[in-house]
Design a binder for this molecule. Structure first.
Ligand SMILES: Cc1cc2nc3c(=O)[nH]c(=O)nc-3n(C[C@H](O)[C@H](O)[C@H](O)COP(=O)(O)OP(=O)(O)OC[C@H]3O[C@@H](n4cnc5c(N)ncnc54)[C@H](O)[C@@H]3O)c2cc1C
Length: 410
């Protein structure tokens, strides 16, 4: 594309799409680039969207078939100990009025798509399955566009809006985004538990279409700085728990164990009884506050939106699925300089931990091991290929692969 857009927006989350709506409405030529297959396909949050904020962008959202799960009519706060707790709640008739949405639950997969359709309706272009890999600069250093992973995928713009998450590598490329520190990041896990609509209505004391939010504070986060939540959707509930990442490392706590404990808490268990787990996900949240907000604009670019370390969330899901590792944020040296990195060390307390093994013993296990997703041998071959692609020399992997190949397929 040789055209120069008024604005190129990276990321079709709420921040990117809000900007696209407002810009397109003003007649600015706007293109949104989203790496997911569709907006929302990669996104996760707790579940509550605030109507007054959405109305600033789409005033008549309720009439435009916004995919609302439930209109929130009651907000509860539970203060819990290990074995019980008490509840403070607030309900108001005003919240029942369909004309005045206070807050509502929505699912990101449906909502982000709907929201992006509103932006398209106003004239913005949306291109999905496209990763922005770099920022283009002119000789004076001004940002003049983006590079994407598509062939001939450079796009030029008068302004680039980075709405791909505050911790995004792209924002860091502007030179004004510091590496996030563990105490400035929280990690949350969430499970969506399916229940029939009438069961949700009965357990939370609401009519169809109305919902409740519950924020849970106290012993449930095991002394860590964090919070849990329980939100009602149409025919499911979203249950989640999160805490500061530095606390996770200090307490050697494991999020999947925390959510399991949450599910059996005497105040939570009756609400989800008989439900079926439908989704399980993890995500980062920015918790650094005002002091950690970066410089939000510079020559040719703006930064908007929230923290969203998508890659880390994927990595987390993969590495922490069975609890074999202990996560920690460490400072590591790389050829590109010192960075803070999420590191997964062995969890020596885990039943699968076998301690130090010789290369030969390790190779013997890898040569035979297989699981539902394939063989361990294939996994090792893929690791070696990927290291090769990235031009990384790893002697340990190299020696291991030679030994495994030597054992042959038996
Ligand atoms: C567990 C949890 C619970 C939460 N609960 C709530 C809640 O109940 N209510 C609430 O209002 N907020 C909640 N939040 C916060 C909320 O999710 C964020 O504030 C919001 O998602 C930020 O929007 P965003 O558009 O900045 O970023 P995101 O929603 O993360 O969107 C960024 C988009 O950019 C895309 N992208 C990233 N990199 C690239 C690239 N290089 N090229 C192209 N596209 C790219 C991503 O795929 C994504 O679509 C919660 C967050 C978490 C983690």
């Amino acid at each position: 594309m040789s055209e120069t857009f008024d604005a190129v927006i990276v990321g079709a989350g709420p921040a990117g799409i809000s900007a696209a709506c407002l810009l397109a409405e003003k007649g600015a030529s706007t293109i949104v680039l989203e790496r997911g297959e569709y907006p929302g396909s990669k996104n996760m949050y707790g579940g509550v969207l605030y109507g007054h904020d959405l109305a600033r962008v789409i005033p008549d959202f309720a009439e435009r078939n916004c995919p609302i799960e439930r209109n929130i009519v009651e907000s509860r706060i539970w203060f819990v100990s290990q074995d019980g707790g008490y509840s403070v709640s607030y309900r108001d008739r005003a919240f029942e009025s369909s004309a005045r949405y206070n807050a509502m639950t929505v699912g990101r997969a449906k909502f982000d798509r709907w929201f992006a359709d509103q932006a398209k309706g106003k004239g913005a272009l949306l291109v999905c399955s496209t990763v922005v890999t770099d920022l283009l600069r002119d000789p004076a250093g001004r940002i003049v566009g983006v590079r994407t992973d598509r062939p001939e995928g450079d796009l030029r713009a008068r302004v680039v809006l980075l709405a791909d998450g505050v911790n995004s590598p792209l924002a860091r490329k502007t030179g004004f985004r510091p590496e996030p520190r563990p105490e400035h990041v929280a990690l949350a896990v969430k499970e969506v538990i399916a229940l029939p609509e009438e069961v949700v209505n009965e357990r939370f004391g609401v009519e169809s279409g109305d919902g409740v939010t519950v924020e849970i504070l106290g012993d449930i986060t095991q002394g860590m700085n964090g919070i849990a939540f329980l939100y009602t959707n149409k025919s499911s509930v979203s249950l989640g728990i999160g805490a500061n990442l530095a606390d996770f490392a200090r307490h050697r706590a494991r999020p999947y164990e925390m959510i399991e404990a949450l599910k059996t808490h005497p105040m939570v268990a009756p609400c989800i009884k008989g439900g079926k787990s439908r989704e399980y996900m993890a995500h980062w949240l920015a918790e650094g506050g005002y002091q950690t907000i970066p410089q939000l604009c510079g020559d040719g670019y703006l930064i908007a939106g929230d923290s969203a370390e998508e890659e880390s969330a994927i990595l987390w899901r993969r590495e922490m699925i069975r609890g074999g590792y202990v996560p920690a944020m460490l400072t590591v040296a790389t050829p590109q300089g010192v960075v803070s990195a999420l590191v997964f060390g062995p969890n020596e307390a885990h039943a699968d931990y076998v301690g130090a093994l010789s290369l030969e013993d390790t190779a013997a296990i890898i040569a035979k091991a297989a699981g539902v997703m394939g063989t361990n041998r294939d996994y090792l071959e893929q690791v070696a290929r990927q290291l090769d692609t990235l031009d990384i020399q790893d002697d340990y992997v190299e020696q291991l692969i030679q030994l495994v190949r030597g054992i042959g397929n038996t």
